[in-house]
Design a protein. Sequence first.
Length: 310
Amino acid sequence: MCIVFWTLRQDPKDSEYTLVLAFNRDEYFERPTVGFHLWEGSDIDIYAPKDLRPPIESYRGSWLGVNRHGRLAFLTNYREQVYHHKETISRGALVRDFLFSGSNPGDEAQCKPADIMDYAQMVYKNRHKYDGFNLVLLDLRPGHTQAIYVTNRDPKTSSSVNVDMPEQGGLIKVLDTTGIAQGLSNSTILDPWPKVLRGIDSFGHALESANLDSEKDTLDAIAPVMKDSSPYSSSRLPQRLKDLEECIFVPQLEKPLSANSEPGIYGTRTTDILLLRGNRLTIAEYNHDAASISGDIPNERKFSYFDISA
């Protein structure tokens, strides 16, 4: 039950961030993954975490990433009780192929679409091949800043795409680039869960009160928003899958919340906060210890930096 908040400015002043993004990834702690790193075999420098569960390297994708050309994408799965396709293209491939500048979702990149809308339209055309997803595509180049949202689920009624008539479900939406706070979890962007609405408000207020000239102060202002587990805590854990619509930070759960849940500990595994000012992207990664159920973001955090070409 991932959740992400962000602001994006098309024309930032010298002291303003082009992008501020915070992403909580909720997952089973036993699922093999690796954090932000430079991907091998890419001549355009992809910097992203990676899902290592698929046994074949070419099948592995990501939920968040950026490349040297200023393309950034993030993905959340759409929550539903029954997955509609047994043989689907991995949703993580949507992020991967966008960063590779691929023209065909699910295939290796062979050419470069003119802009991110081209890729969004190709994803939309092939949306029936995937289980439910929310995909946000960003172009961070100065003078080209834009953001586009794509989903293959009905944006308002929470119903699934009809695989026999795929044109009846899904949405492409151009998103705000004026710096307002936005958010997304595992419902569509037009049907936000309570924690998204609460988090957008908290995220916006955190940025308003922070000293944005200082990256440390900015990170310190955002971190409490991302560790908000209310109305739950380590002593009062969510009991139903629907309870996860309320808490931004999911405390670590050992008890399955539904009949379809996998065994093992589940909760917020990582928090990634990204700050882009000029061409420099700062990435702060917080890894949450599976042995701890405190719900607190550890003081230790891993920093990395990535330069985006104009």
